[in-house]
Design a protein around this ligand. Structure first.
Ligand code: NCD
Ligand code: ZN
Length: 346
């Protein structure tokens, strides 16, 4: 039985850091275990231009603990008005490494997202030319489509046609939650990849809804049936480089989650790495953890893996704090609902 594991320092390829008091509280938590993170642009006023991204990156850096080497890699929020020249300038700076496509209304702060996908064609052509990946929130938003089917329908009705119009565009399917998502993600190696979150490997829809509504497990895309969770575990532990970690850690204040209309998003930045070690250990796949957390994402984005290593140790169950304090009130940390025996020790 393996009780110690040393791996290349992980990166988080999908992270929400917010702004203001939340930013100040969560940045040190991500910086503790992760070397870099791809920062999502869905602030209340989204990060739409290169100038917005530079300013937001400055605020993130100001919130880092002294001496931290954590590197925020920025994204731009695509709108129907995005200027291809601004996208190009942003990518060439090295500060912005991808652009994020939110279908309008799909999730938190996505009102400015895309309604007419064809309007994006000039921007996407520019991205394909310069090799800039598009990260996509892959859910349709129409009310006729059941919330549990929205990912599979998006692949058929939006993503596959979009990729056929522009086969050279690199695409990351963010936070996949279904067997269909996992199958599509592996269909075009090098051009197509998918992030998988910590929580979608650990919870299914029963965790949210059976025996009472648990708002801290509510997120988008919504966790699906157990058979889909098992497919995601199989994908994450397969060693296929098209699957890598994006925690989608998405902090909301407790008062926004515990409400008659609670926000979507689970805060997992503080305990993701121990949780993932537990998931991979239980799947007898600890040897596949490093690829998933620390190698495949960097490779897809054309970056080198981190030079630093981290060490995890397995021992008695670890007690995590239930809440993270912020100046605006508490945030609840993801409760993995199983004993986690792994701890990052250095
Ligand atoms: C995210 C958020 O709160 O910003 N919420 C979520 O449930 N994952 C947005 C997103 O990634 O969909
Ligand atoms: Zn997200």
């Amino acid at each position: 039985m393996k009780n110690t594991l040393t791996i290349t320092q992980p990166d988080d390829w999908h992270l929400h850091l917010r702004d203001g008091a939340l930013l100040a509280a969560v940045v040190p938590e991500s910086a503790r275990n992760f070397g870099r993170a791809l920062i999502m642009p869905n602030l209340t006023i989204p990060v739409v231009t290169y100038k917005d991204a530079v300013a937001y990156r400055g605020r993130i850096k100001d919130a880092l603990p002294d001496g931290s080497s954590f590197k925020p890699l920025m994204t731009l929020y695509l709108t129907e008005k995005t200027d291809p020249n601004d996208i190009k300038k942003a990518y060439e700076s090295g500060i912005v490494i991808a652009a994020k496509l939110y279908p309008a209304g799909a999730t938190t702060n996505s009102a400015l997202g895309i309604e007419n996908f064809e309007k994006l064609q000039p921007v996407l052509e520019c991205m394909a030319d310069i090799g800039m990946p598009m990260c996509v929130h892959g859910e349709v938003t129409s009310h006729e489509v059941d919330i549990f089917d929205r990912e599979a329908v998006f692949i058929d009705k939006v993503l596959d046609p979009l990729r056929r119009r522009l086969p050279s565009l690199k695409v990351v399917m963010e936070h996949i939650t279904t067997a269909e998502g996992a199958a599509y993600a592996r269909s075009d190696p090098g051009k197509l990849a998918a992030t998988i979150t910590t929580h979608h490997l650990m919870i299914n829809r029963n965790n949210i809804l059976a025996g009472g509504i648990r708002p801290h497990y509510y997120c988008l895309p919504i966790p699906k049936r157990e058979k889909h969770r098992l497919c995601l575990i199989e994908a994450a532990t397969s060693g296929n480089p098209c699957y890598f970690l994006g925690t989608d850690s998405a902090p909301h204040l407790d008062k926004s989650k515990e409400s008659s209309c609670g926000c979507a998003g689970i805060y997992t930045a503080s305990n993701s790495i121990p949780c993932l070690a537990e998931v991979f250990d239980r799947a007898d796949a600890l040897d596949k953890l490093e690829g998933f957390t620390s190698i495949f994402g960097a490779n897809f984005y054309g970056l080198s893996p981190n030079k630093r290593k981290i060490t995890l140790n397995k021992d008695l169950p670890v007690i995590f704090p239930q809440k993270i304090k912020t100046d605006d009130g508490p945030i609840t940390l993801f409760n993995p609902n199983i004993d986690i025996h792994w701890k990052v020790t250095s």
